[in-house]
Each structure stands twice: as C-alpha cells, then as structure tokens.
Design a binder for this molecule. Structure first.
Ligand code: SAM
Length: 178
C-alpha cells in the first residue's frame, strides 16, 4: 500500500481547480502514519519545483541531517517520502495493475466500503494507492483516474470534514490496523 497527497489538481472553496502550498505538518504526519502501518511510500505530488525542493530539504534534514541525528526514530518515517511533480509519476512507479482508491468527505455514486477495501488489502494482490487531497478536496480529473472511490469516513451526524492528516490515520487504521 502507498499513499499520495495531491496538491494539484485540487479544489478551492468555490470549486475552482487550484494548486495548494505544501503543509510541512502533512509531510511529517503522513510519514509517521505510513511507518506505523508499514505503508511503503508517501508520494507528495506537487507541480511547482520550488515546493518540491522545499519538501526535499525537509525530508533530507530528517533522513540525513541534524533532525535524524537528534531523533533517529523519525528516519524510518521520513525515508518513505517520495516527491513527484504529478500523479502520472506515481502511477508509472506502481504499474498499470495498481488499485487507485481516491478519498473525499463526500461521494456521489458507487464507493468501496472499508470492509471490502480491507479484504482486498489483506490479499497478496496488485499495489494499492490511496489518494488524498488538499484544499477543498481532489478535483474530478483525479477521481477519474481511480479504480474505486473509498467510502467517506462518516462521523456521527453528517459533519465529517477531516484534516487530511486525520483522514489518512483513520483510513490506514481501518484498512491495515490490527
Ligand atoms: N486544509 C485542510 C487540512 O487541514 O487538511 C485540507 C483538507 S483536504 C480537503 C481533506 C482531504 O482529506 C480530502 O481531500 C480527503 O482526501 C480527506 N478527507 C477529509 N475528510 C474526509 C472524510 N470524511 N472521509 C475521507 N477522506 C476525507
């Protein structure tokens, strides 16, 4: 299983397609959740080279630099971070057979339940990519690449707009947790 955090194409509050800036906290939190659930790769997808260089500096600080020396634990998490310009690179790396599951707080049409997704993740099948958005969520072209849309994490009363950090942790635990 791998996860991808997409910064473009994503939506703004008016439903326009935008590029979002990387949030340092996202990189750390997703890397730590990935290490916890033995997720191989955390793909940070960003079209802007300066942003990719920034993330590269942060990850190197923790995998090769002072951060990793101070807190060696973080190396095992941050070494999973892969920085790519577009989702194409991720799909290229995982191969055409990969299962691509997109996520969102709301979904119309058919969705893949966590129960069914957990059963698939338990088999020795093709690579699975979980795709998460930023801003106000993934734009349609990303969903169009999905082999399935993972069911939204439902709350108690319909309010379920989670931070992407929380959404990743909850979904990984449901799919891969003990
Ligand atoms: N700035 C916000 C933050 O602090 O994370 C960005 C929110 S971003 C739209 C939230 C992303 O997390 C969505 O694109 C989706 O991938 C995931 N997400 C949020 N709520 C979710 C839910 N209830 N079920 C599944 N995924 C959810």
């Amino acid at each position: 299983v791998s996860i991808a955090l997409v910064h473009h194409p994503v939506l703004d509050r008016d439903g326009q397609v935008i590029v979002t800036a990387v949030t340092n906290l996202d990189v750390h939190d997703l890397a730590r959740s990935a290490r916890t659930y033995a997720v191989k790769n955390v793909f940070i997808v960003h079209p802007v080279e300066a942003q990719r260089e920034l993330i590269g500096k942060v990850t190197r600080h923790w995998t090769e630099g002072a951060g990793g020396k101070r807190i060696p634990d973080r190396i095992a998490a941050m070494e999973r971070v892969r920085i790519v310009p577009a989702l194409d690179e991720v799909l290229g790396a995982l191969g055409a057979q990969a299962e691509v599951w997109t996520t969102a707080a709301s979904a119309s049409g058919e969705t893949l339940s966590f129960q069914a997704a957990r059963a698939i993740a338990a088999t020795d099948g093709p690579p699975i990519l979980l795709v998460y958005g930023t801003g106000w969520g993934l734009a349609e072209p990303v969903h169009a690449r999905a082999t399935a849309r993972l069911a939204p994490i439902a709350g108690r009363d319909g309010w379920n707009h989670l931070s992407v950090r929380a959404a990743v942790a909850i979904s990984l635990d449901r799919l891969l947790g003990a």
